[in-house]
Design a protein around this ligand. Sequence first.
Ligand SMILES: [Zn+2]
Length: 79
Amino acid sequence: MNEARDEIFCCDSLKEVVAGLPAPAAPTVYRADNGVLMMVVGLVQTEEGLGYLDQAIMHCPFCGTKLQDAKAIAEKVSH
Ligand SMILES: [Zn+2]
């Protein structure tokens, strides 16, 4: 399972920011169940609790490698 999870990471910086967070911390970068790499850009307080405002990552914020494109994400999200 780890091999499949790792393949999306283009560089060690991105990999570390996803894998290196301590458990209680809110993940700022994570891989959604549908395989899309997401980044939390804000938090919202709702009646159901704390909600995450997240956005799909198109390019690596560290090295600029293109990770995903909008078309592929749209296909994954609309299932
Ligand atoms: Zn990178």
